[in-house]
Design a protein around this ligand. Sequence first.
Ligand code: NI
Length: 179
Amino acid sequence: MAERRVLKMGDPLLHRIAAPVEALGTPELHALVEDLWDTMVARNGAGIAAPQIGVDARVVVFAANTTRVGPGEPPVPRTVLINPVITALDNVRDLAWEGCLSVPGMRGLVPRWRHIRYTGIDADGNAIDREVRGFHAMVVQHECDHLDGVLYPQRIEDMSQFGFEEEVSIAGRYSKPPC
Ligand code: NI
């Protein structure tokens, strides 16, 4: 399909509550998913949400190989997740550096639930139900936040831990693209 323009922070369309998907398995939905993959891969992202390309739908895609996830963590399978629901499975949060295709060039230290369950469906309506931790849990929470109009800078608790990628890298605080 096609790489799409990614909306950047400041665009009001990024702050809407996205609409649930009701028609599954349609050509339109499959085309949206293909555009999301093409756009994510072209920009070397680990995930992207439909609102980031201006589409009002609760659809996210994500994937990460072993070089992108933390040491010893399993890769994140290529996943299309629609109408997701996330449940934290304990009260522990971890801090990790995040980036976002809608906030280019920046990185920030964001707290996320360490251990979550997420459910939803894929583009054909097949059920997804997973229990995950670490990078996988982080990327799911980051992408699903987009469906509720939340960008990661809104989650940062210490704004001194938010900055330009090259500066936080030089300072040794962040070493690889997390998202
Ligand atoms: Ni993002």
